[in-house]
Design a protein around this ligand. Structure first.
Ligand SMILES: NC(=O)c1ccc[n+]([C@@H]2O[C@H](COP(=O)([O-])OP(=O)(O)OC[C@H]3O[C@@H](n4cnc5c(N)ncnc54)[C@H](OP(=O)(O)O)[C@@H]3O)[C@@H](O)[C@H]2O)c1
Length: 237
């Protein structure tokens, strides 16, 4: 049996569980510290939906961007990709990693001028090998969209963990990118999701994205060993 046939159902069921648990929880949230942002999430899969629900619960305004918006019905507006980018303060790339470069470049580099783009995708082949073994999707996106402020983040744990870090003990999450301001916004969004500020590790420039993207190989092995996506790593010193 191929690895992806084991891992994908595990990840999907964890995200589904998160969505269901959120639907039944109280929606009383503190807005004391929140800077409300318009967030355009590219993609309409489980990751996009899980992030949309969690960031909406945290008080942000959400739209999803799709290649075929007419065919999608969700609780959030689904826009054509270019419109989701144009109307967003912050864009999140939650598209299929192997198609992300083509999908985002098809929108046009000019559309991304000055935009903060949080890239959460992992770019793998169908056999779960790295698509960019000597580079990373984050670097490829930054090169193709030079006006964008790409921040690689949130790709090292299941979205069920990323959107609810309290489900585990203390653990770490990472940011990589060229622009300090964009990484500060990424960190504030992580804080809105429940990540303590000292759990966010700034790895440096976008080249460091290859470290967190290549971690996918260990992540996949751990998920198979643990038979669950509900785990994370913690950096201790
Ligand atoms: N599963 C997790 O917990 C987790 C955690 C961290 C990171 N990630 C990463 O998050 C990303 C999204 O994961 P997912 O499970 O939501 O993925 P998915 O369902 O396979 O795809 C997400 C969306 O990408 C869009 N898309 C754009 N270009 C595409 C193309 N060429 N082929 C197919 N779809 C395309 C599609 O939306 P439209 O059809 O509406 O355009 C699709 O619904 C992936 O890169 C994954 O590696 C996942």
């Amino acid at each position: 049996m191929q690895l992806r046939h084991v891992l994908l159902p595990l990840a999907r069921s964890a995200n589904q569980l998160y969505l269901e648990s959120k639907r039944t929880k109280s929606s009383a949230y503190t807005l004391e510290r929140l800077q409300i942002m318009f967030i355009g999430i590219l993609g309409t899969g489980q990751v996009a939906q899980t992030l949309a629900r969690a960031l909406s619960d945290a008080g942000h305004q959400i739209s999803l961007g799709s290649r075929d918006p007419q065919s999608k019905t969700f609780e959030f507006p689904v826009l054509p990709l270019a419109e989701a980018v144009a109307t967003a303060d912050v864009v999140i790339n939650a598209t299929l990693g192997s198609g992300s470069l083509e999908t985002l470049t098809s929108i046009g580099a000019d559309a991304f001028a000055g935009k903060i783009v949080l890239d959460v995708a992992n770019a793998n082949t169908p056999a779960f090998d790295l698509l960019y073994p000597n580079s990373s999707l984050g670097e490829q996106l930054q090169a193709a969209l030079p006006g964008a402020k790409i921040v690689k983040t949130m790709n090292t744990a299941s979205m069920a963990v990323i959107t609810d870090p309290s489900a585990l003990g203390p653990s770490s999450v990472f940011v990589s990118g060229e622009d300090a301001g964009a990484k500060a916004i990424a960190t504030s969004i992580l804080t809105d999701l429940g990540w303590p500020a000292d759990s966010v590790v700034d790895l440096g420039d976008i080249r460091s994205a290859r470290g967190v993207e290549h971690y996918f190989l260990l992540f996949a092995a751990l998920m198979q060993a643990k038979r669950s996506p509900m785990f994370n790593i913690q950096v201790t010193q």
